[in-house]
Design a protein around this ligand. Structure first.
Ligand SMILES: C[S@@+](CC[C@H](N)C(=O)[O-])C[C@H]1O[C@@H](n2cnc3c(N)ncnc32)[C@H](O)[C@@H]1O
Length: 410
């Protein structure tokens, strides 16, 4: 359960590392800021509406149970007690969710959101948003619990080991190796990399993730002091009632326990919009990220552009295209084969490839239904010296006259 002092501690803004906010420019700056504010408050509302939403779900279960013939009810003597237990767990989740959004209006270094003067009551949220919130709760298990260790070992460890192999501490000054983790989720992979001494920045776009990573990274110090019940929303495929209501404590480590002078930061905003400065990063590490693109070629081009010559891109993940089934959204669903061809035509050199790395994603290990991802894992390098212009990357869109003045890269 949430430590009740958490909210008060968090009021001290000076103790927190604010996030840098850089949003996307869609229209006029004013209109853009207005849309951004609306979006911000909509997501806060989802966190507030959670309790009402789960309560309604439980009331429906109760009504349906009570509509059964008496003899059926008598066969299920523990059913209402189970629902009462789920409601108790939901209240604990609700308290943590309120702590997460407490003081969020000040969490960005260069963006202030007005206080909610009306102290609005939570209004209904869409099923889509509520699903995102439930996924965010499960993300705490993946990133910050002992229960998520096996999953992290399958997803993050190969990336971390590859970084250590490419930039060995005995051969380079790791604090000068700049690593970027786009789509950082709750920040554990970026944190692990920073914990090894590398200069690491995570980037994330979703407010669900940003509020939650800000909470865990900046306001949770005591190991396993907090408890969530991530599986209570799953009513199917449970073997035992206790499986649905089992607790998960977090954080399994103190997120503040980073080496002194450690260069670890998070930025908020769309990866494509935030990272436009060329030749900045020694390594870009993507985990379960590239399939979030409308058009993955844009991600490939951006990674190419921001990597220093000689820099590497490490990727691990599936190709579960996030926009595939969304009406009116661009979604280019490439096979791995097609994507690899595009990556190489862009100029990258493939240095390592494993086409079958089995992983899970926010898995409920007691569920009767589990998904297994058969991920690709690769390392590609932007050559230090290029022998020819990449065929299709942005740089090749230079006018002919510009091309002539470009220094030779051979
Ligand atoms: C499937 S999750 C993976 C999170 C984390 N890398 C992990 O392995 O647990 C993909 C993440 O990318 C974020 N994301 C999607 N599009 C993004 C964008 N354009 N810029 C930054 N983050 C983005 C999502 O909000 C989400 O947190």
């Amino acid at each position: 359960m949430a430590d009740s002092s958490m909210g008060n501690e968090s009021a001290d803004q000076n103790q927190e590392n604010p996030y840098l906010y850089r949003g996307r420019t869609r229209c006029s700056l004013e209109e853009d800021a207005k849309l951004e504010r609306e979006h911000f408050w909509r997501i806060i509302n989802v966190f507030k509406y959670y309790r009402i939403y789960v309560d309604e779900r439980l009331k429906r279960c109760e009504r349906q149970f009570l509509s059964l013939p008496r003899r059926h009810q008598q066969l299920l003597s523990g059913y209402l007690d189970k629902l009462a237990e789920i409601r108790r767990c939901m209240e604990c989740n609700h308290k943590i969710l309120q702590d997460i959004v407490q003081n969020c209006t000040h969490m960005f270094e260069n963006m202030e959101y007005d206080e909610d003067k009306n102290k609005r009551r939570a209004g209904p949220s869409s099923t889509f948003d509520m699903d995102k919130l439930k996924s965010t709760i499960k993300q705490f298990v993946r990133d910050w619990s002992e229960a998520g260790k096996a999953e992290r070992d399958s997803c993050y460890l190969p990336i971390v080991e590859e970084i250590q192999k490419q930039f060995p501490p005995e051969k380079c000054e790791v604090s000068e190796v700049k690593v970027l983790v786009p789509g950082a989720g709750l920040g554990r992979l970026a944190w692990e990399i920073a914990n090894l001494g590398y200069a690491c920045q995570g980037n994330e776009w979703s407010f669900f993730m940003l509020f939650s990573s800000n909470f865990v990274l900046n306001r949770c110090e005591k190991e396993n002091a907090l408890t969530l019940y991530p599986w209570i929303h799953q009513f199917s495929n449970n073997k035992m009632s206790g499986d649905q209501t089992r607790a998960v404590t977090f954080p399994d480590v103190n997120p503040n326990d980073l080496p002194p002078e450690c260069d670890f930061s998070m930025t908020a905003g769309d990866f494509l919009e935030v990272y436009t400065d060329p030749d900045m990063w020694d390594c870009v590490a993507t985990c379960f990220f590239i399939d979030t693109a409308h058009n993955v070629i844009e991600y490939i081009e951006t990674i190419w552009n921001i990597l220093k010559p000689g820099g590497i891109w490490i990727n691990l993940g599936p190709l579960l295209y996030h926009f595939e089934n969304m009406a009116n959204e661009l979604s280019i669903e490439l096979t791995y084969e097609e994507m690899k061809e595009a990556i190489i035509k862009c100029g990258f050199v493939l240095e390592m490839e494993r086409e079958s790395v089995l992983t899970t994603y926010t898995e409920n290990e007691r569920s009767m239904l589990k998904y297994l991802y058969d991920c690709v894992f690769f390392v590609v390098r932007k050559p230090a010296v290029r022998h020819s212009s990449p065929e299709n990357c942005k740089e090749s869109e230079l006018k002919d006259s510009d091309k002539k003045t470009e220094p030779s890269t051979t």
